[in-house]
Design a protein around this ligand. Structure first.
Ligand code: HSE
Length: 285
């Protein structure tokens, strides 16, 4: 029997749509696997009632297939589904790492990234790897046609999760098909700034690089209270604020010492919009 902890993640970080991802020190899923003739899945924990246990419909089913590794799989959810914090990815990433070990498949962590990404097809229709990569590799990750690169970074973050669900599939429908050159130039500049910030673990540069004029404004419309939460977070000292993944979680970067204040401000922002939320004071880990 093998048990692994698979962290929540925040994808995109504004300027890196489908490219950037960061592993969060909390929350996390815990995945336990045991060899079996036939795959069975049991899900407990946060939002377990919304997650199918049928291997054809669960995100880890595709991972089992790809690794030819039938098992009894127990997923203890710490990452709420439809949160924008890489819930499906955490389960798929945990299963990929655990099954690789259980069956001695000998694949490297980087080789497990595209395998775990197959699980994302079940949820969103697209094998985007920007959540599974940081969940498997840790730190800040860049996934592109050149593969996945991971950088260790240490930046304080607040992930504020409102008590509403947004499906990744729906949130991908609002992504524009095209973008003006001006917006692309701005996005590349921001993405480069954020990358330098991650390499230096500099929350000011990371925050400055989170702005995105293309995808985030469309996604923000799906999140009641987003503008108020963003404004409140900046007023409390956040260095950058954006939609986490497909939402509805909102992620803020800040300096050490400001995290509690930023978390409280974001919760107040959602409360003003009449929405309950919970804030994770976390960091890239
Ligand atoms: N890059 C993906 C998206 C992440 O924004 O749709 C989903 O968590």
């Amino acid at each position: 029997m093998i048990t692994v902890r698979a962290p929540a993640t925040s994808a995109n970080l504004g300027s890196g749509f489908d490219v950037f991802g960061a592993a969060l020190s909390r929350p996390a899923d815990v995945v336990t696997v045991e060899k079996a003739d036939r795959t069975t899945i049991e899900v407990t924990g946060v939002g377990a009632q919304y997650i199918p246990e049928d291997p054809e419909k669960n995100t880890v089913g595709a991972v089992v297939e790809a690794l030819d590794a039938p098992a009894h799989i127990h997923i203890d959810k710490g990452v709420r589904p439809a949160s924008g914090l890489g819930s499906s990815a955490a389960s798929a990433a945990g299963a990929a790492v655990a099954l690789n070990r259980l069956y001695d498949r000998g694949l490297s962590r980087t080789e497990l990234v595209p395998i775990a990404a197959e699980g994302e097809v079940v949820v969103s229709g697209v094998a985007h790897a920007d959540n599974v990569a940081p969940s498997i590799l840790g730190g800040f990750t860049i996934t592109s046609t050149h593969g996945t690169r991971a950088v260790s970074a240490d930046v304080p973050l607040v992930a504020c999760l409102p008590d509403v669900a947004v499906s990744t599939r729906d949130a991908r429908r609002v992504v524009p098909d095209t973008a003006p050159m001006e917006a692309l130039v701005e996005t590349v500049g921001n993405a480069a700034t954020l990358t330098v910030g991650m390499c230096r673990s500099d929350p000011d540069l990371v925050g400055a690089g989170m702005d995105d004029p293309v995808v985030t404004p469309e996604r923000a419309r799906l999140i009641t209270g987003y503008d108020d939460v963003r404004e409140a977070a900046f007023a409390a000292g956040a260095t950058g604020v954006t939609v986490s993944g497909a939402g509805p979680a909102v992620i803020a970067a800040c300096r050490d010492g400001d995290r509690r204040r930023v978390a409280a401000a974001m919760l107040d922002g959602f409360a003003d919009a009449g929405i309950d939320a919970r804030a994770y004071q976390t960091r890239i880990g």
